[in-house]
Write a protein that binds this ligand. Structure first.
Ligand code: AR6
Length: 162
């Protein structure tokens, strides 16, 4: 089982093996945490992302961390929330699971996640937290996972579920 802890902060400052990026299917950069990661990692990240030819929703792909303290970045595209009947829960679970798989394949021991899909993509926070926590806790690997909540509301929502 993966070990899970919660902190409040900026994921770009995480100095472990990997951070996860809440990206989009084009891997073309954007706002939110994706924008922050691209700014902090530097322009080489955009060049590396373009070589990956996108990332279907729920999948996860890896680049180096470039100027970030983390060694690698695991990019995953979360589902855009519509009303919950478009496989959003399954796709969000896939994001966490596939990101954790990439972390293991890349011999990571420490990995940090932002709250995928709960910003611009509008996934209801309480529902997303339950999926994130249960998927990470049930993942069979020796991994130290840190959930990095950017804002107070996200921190509280995760605290409640954990
Ligand atoms: N560290 C940790 N978490 C952060 C940071 C940060 N530096 N900055 C924001 N967050 P969002 P999404 C939190 O919108 O909903 C982009 O344009 C934020 O407060 O970044 O999956 C992509 O390119 C929220 O709790 O991601 C996609 O098009 C969480 O990260 C789209 O947004 C996720 O919010 C993805 O939307």
């Amino acid at each position: 089982m993966a070990d899970l802890k919660l902190i409040q902060g900026d994921i770009t400052q995480f100095s472990g093996d990997a951070i996860v990026n809440a990206a989009n299917t084009g891997l073309v950069g954007g706002g939110g945490v994706d924008g922050a990661i691209h700014r902090a990692a530097g322009p080489e990240l955009d060049i590396a992302c373009r070589k990956l030819h996108g990332c279907p929703t729920g999948e996860a792909k890896v680049t180096p961390g470039f100027n970030l303290p983390a060694h690698i970045i695991i990019h995953t595209a979360g589902p855009i929330w519509r009303d919950g009947s478009f496989e959003e829960p399954k796709l969000l679970r896939n994001c966490y699971e596939n990101s954790l798989k990439r972390a293991v394949e890349n011999h990571c021991q420490t990995v940090a996640f932002p709250s995928i899909s709960t910003g611009i993509y509008g996934y209801p926070l309480d529902k997303a937290c339950e999926i994130a926590v249960s998927t990470i806790r049930h993942f069979e690997a020796t991994l130290q996972v840190t959930m990095v909540a950017f804002d107070e509301g996200t921190y509280r929502a995760f605290e409640k579920v954990m």
